[in-house]
Design a binder for this molecule. Structure first.
Ligand SMILES: Cc1cc2nc3c(=O)[nH]c(=O)nc-3n(C[C@H](O)[C@H](O)[C@H](O)COP(=O)(O)OP(=O)(O)OC[C@H]3O[C@@H](n4cnc5c(N)ncnc54)[C@H](O)[C@@H]3O)c2cc1C
Length: 365
């Protein structure tokens, strides 16, 4: 018997497993596919919301705490697994100058350096960007990015080294509840005794819990992305304009994203999104016109019914917890969310008010 079953092995489930294992628990992760191959693989890996000032204090505080954990976490994972998840302080260059009035007070409040820069400074920072159409920009130098497919791979390997059991290719079929307490999980056609379950099924969390909560608390929002086979050094910072972004990787690949589409559990890619992302990317960084597009993919972001992550116990059911609904920011918020769910399970003091993310607060009842 495992002390704790984590259902879903995306970045949220894997980091939750790490927190619980490090606290001494015996942990099993169950994923119906290979771990880390859904939204956590499909994302861009920017370790900040692209417009951080648009979010609530709860999300800003959770992001702040999480961002501070990344350097230590990546160093630990690299040392233990040999997988370098490429944590790079590439900063964000934002061209939406109408955001300045909201961005600067937010930066001041959260001690996040944000500089308003003119065209000459933009050219110095990113000479290859087509900056003539921008008089000014916002430069946020302290933001990191991570190579998320490698992050989830490293997390999976590290967890196995720590003795976490990972069951892949099998779905959760039932959570057995007796006298208002979890007693068992059914995975495929096997049954496991357990007293603590954390549901971290990303966009599928609403479906997985629907029969217990009688409501879909999380829904999928599709995001499409394209990848250019570009040259190293052509761009060194993340560039944001009009809701889209470019992310340069260390080996020269450039990601361009992303769409935000409410189309259910449909992961198809579309020719419209391809054209839109290509036009955005080559307009902002004309050098990309000469680069091949290597890949086009989509992922399903988990959006909770109030756009705030749900990091919570299920009221009146002992031993059932939810860590989900991180929408566009799950890679950013994973370390803090994992710590908070550990605090909830242990009943220990937390670095934030746990009530901010509780199901009571977010459920549409
Ligand atoms: C295009 C795009 C760009 C993004 N860019 C960023 C970014 O730059 N920065 C950032 O912070 N965030 C970004 N995100 C958001 C981020 O990727 C997500 O918030 C995050 O990955 C959610 O993690 P998760 O573990 O909750 O979900 P997932 O990674 O989707 O994991 C859920 C897991 O649950 C499993 N599962 C589902 N149902 C069952 C079941 N019944 N039984 C067992 N297992 C099950 C699935 O197989 C899956 O592995 C982006 C997302 C997309 C799509």
């Amino acid at each position: 018997m495992s002390d704790c079953f984590i259902i879903g092995g995306g970045v949220i489930g894997l980091m939750t497993a790490l927190e619980l294992r490090e606290s001494g628990a015996d942990v099993t992760v169950v994923d119906r596919g290979p771990v880390g191959q859904e939204s956590s693989w499909a994302g861009g890996g920017i370790l900040s919301p692209i417009y951080p000032w648009r979010y609530s204090d709860a999300i800003s505080d959770l992001a702040n705490w999480s961002q501070r954990q990344y350097p230590g976490l990546i160093a630990k994972l690299t040392a233990s697994t040999g997988i370098d998840a490429e944590l790079i302080r590439s900063g964000i260059l934002n061209f939406d100058s109408d955001e300045i009035t909201r961005a600067l007070p937010w930066g001041h409040k959260y001690k996040c350096e944000i500089n308003v820069i003119d065209q000459t400074e933009i050219r110095n920072l990113a000479p290859a960007l087509y900056s003539d159409s921008f008089d000014s920009g916002l430069w946020i130098p302290g933001i990191f990015q991570v190579r998320n497919p490698r992050l989830v791979k490293a997390l999976g390997k590290h967890l196995q080294e720590l003795g976490v059991r990972i069951i892949e290719g099998e779905s959760l079929t039932n959570i057995r509840i007796v006298n208002d307490a979890v007693t068992e999980v059914e995975v495929g056609n096997r049954e496991f005794d357990c007293r603590t379950v954390v549901v971290a099924c990303g966009a599928w969390t609403g479906e997985v819990l629907e029969s217990i909560l009688h409501d879909r608390i999380v829904k999928p929002i599709r995001g499409q992305m394209i990848l250019f086979d570009s040259q190293p050094g052509v761009l060194s910072s993340v560039a944001v304009a009009g809701g889209n972004y470019l992310i340069p990787r260390a080996d020269g690949l450039t990601l361009a994203g992303s769409t935000v589409e409410d189309v259910g559990f449909n992961k198809d890619t579309t020719t419209e999104a391809f054209a839109e992302l290509k036009s955005f990317a080559t307009g902002l960084l004309p050098a990309l016109k000469k680069s091949d597009i290597k890949k086009h993919w989509s992922g399903l972001r988990p959006q909770s019914i109030t756009e705030c992550p749900i990091i919570s116990g299920v009221p009146e059911i002992q031993g059932l917890f939810i860590n989900s609904g991180h929408f566009r920011n799950g890679l950013t918020l994973a370390p803090g969310s994992a710590r908070l769910i550990r605090n909830l399970i242990e009943g220990s003091d937390a670095f934030m008010d746990l009530a901010l993310f509780s199901l009571d607060r977010t459920a549409k009842v």
